[in-house]
Design a protein around this ligand. Structure first.
Ligand code: FAD
Length: 329
């Protein structure tokens, strides 16, 4: 293991770090202890330096900080990180498998002629060496990868794959300022446009998710999914059939090419349960499927399979939930 050890690319958002940053750090700290390797966090963004201070307490030995107005997007950030990785040769760099992390991982890979182990489900130490486990064939098999020689291993990891690092390590991480100079962006960010729906619960943080599939029938009829989500205080998700049809925004797509989620309760209504959807939600604590077809794949793997028309079942569920809520007041 190179002296520059294990790196974690943190994802800043609105003056804080996304939860996945702490999940990657938790794994990195555990691996660092096994491999006797230092753990560094890379913080790239605008107004992010103040976030560096707490990371020692979560187990980081070092924090590389590039804080610059040009780092609002991923183009310059990718260039800066690509250069840093080329100079410092960490053994492994963990990126969140989000649009931010995936963008950066591919930029670093291109800059350094490296490959990326995408969407890892685990990292482990075997025989003193770091191994990356990732699903293949739509999650039907797992492959274990190891790095080639001294090459830096780039790995993206989906949110919720690992437990968060806990505060209390009591360390003070060394903060290293990374210069942002000599970069030549081809794009210029003029304005950030953010889709903000009031009261909307983020999918990757939600404890309950109600997801709708093609069986819902149209964008308008999706209000039934929203109604159930509201009754449960849940986030709304969708299958790719739904986002491809434009019934819901792409960022609500759950699955292999969408978001990976791990709520305590997942309700899939009108979703067949294709393997590409399943891999994105199979770690949910309890899965309820509502489908008219008892033979749909999701009905075989759900904890509770309700055979029925979602337009009949969901209103009954909402009624029951509201009765229970009323009784609890
Ligand atoms: P369908 O498969 O059409 O299922 C609709 C279901 O609704 C059926 O089971 C039907 O019985 C039921 N139904 C119909 N009417 C009702 C009703 N009134 N009440 C109750 N049930 C009803 N898919 C994803 O979801 N996420 C991904 O990330 C993803 N990535 C992909 C990547 C690749 C490379 C490929 C090739 C595919 C990917 N897909 C993904 C697509 C995936 O293969 C399926 O096509 C998709 O998940 C199907 O969506 P669905 O279950 O909503 O639709």
């Amino acid at each position: 293991m190179s002296n520059n050890g294990i790196w974690v690319v943190a994802e800043p958002y609105k003056g804080a770090l996304e939860g996945v940053s702490y999940e990657l750090l938790g794994k990195a700290v555990a691996l660092g202890a096994q491999l006797n390797a230092p753990v560094s966090v890379v913080l790239l963004g605008q107004n992010v330096k103040s976030l560096a201070g707490e990371l020692g307490n979560y187990g980081a030995d070092k924090v590389y900080v590039a804080d610059d107005a040009q780092l609002g997007g991923t183009e310059v950030a990718g260039e800066v990180l690509g250069k840093l990785v080329g100079e410092q040769h960490p053994a492994v760099v963990l990126f969140p498998a989000t649009s931010f992390g995936r963008d950066l991982a591919s930029a670093v890979a291109a800059a350094n002629k490296l490959g990326v182990a995408a969407d890892a489900s685990d990292l482990k130490v075997e025989g003193g060496a770091l191994k990356v486990v990732r699903p293949i064939f739509g999650g039907n098999a797992l492959v274990t990868l190891s790095g080639q020689g001294a090459q830096t291993l780039l790995v993206t990891v989906a949110p919720k794959a690992f437990e968060r690092a806990q505060a209390g390590a009591g360390k003070t991480a060394e903060v290293v300022d990374v210069p942002v100079s000599g970069v030549s962006p081809r794009t210029q960010i003029r304005q950030f446009v953010e889709e903000v729906a009031s009261g909307k619960i983020a999918l990757n943080e939600a404890e309950i998710i109600v997801a709708g599939g093609r069986g819902v029938g149209s964008a308008e009829k999706f209000s039934i999914i929203e109604d159930l989500a509201r009754a449960l205080g849940a986030a709304v998700g969708a299958s790719r059939a739904v986002t491809d049809a434009g019934w819901r925004p792409a960022n609500e797509q759950i699955g292999q090419t969408g978001v990976t989620v791990k709520p305590k309760l997942y309700i899939a209504a009108g979703i067949s349960g294709a393997v590409q959807h399943w891999v994105g939600m199979k770690e949910s604590g309890y899965i309820i499927a509502i489908n008219t077809d008892p033979e749909a794949p999701i009905m075989k793997v759900a904890d509770l399979a309700i055979v029925g028309d979602l337009f009949k079942v969901i209103p009954e569920l909402i009624k029951e939930i509201n009765t229970l809520k009323g009784a609890a007041v």
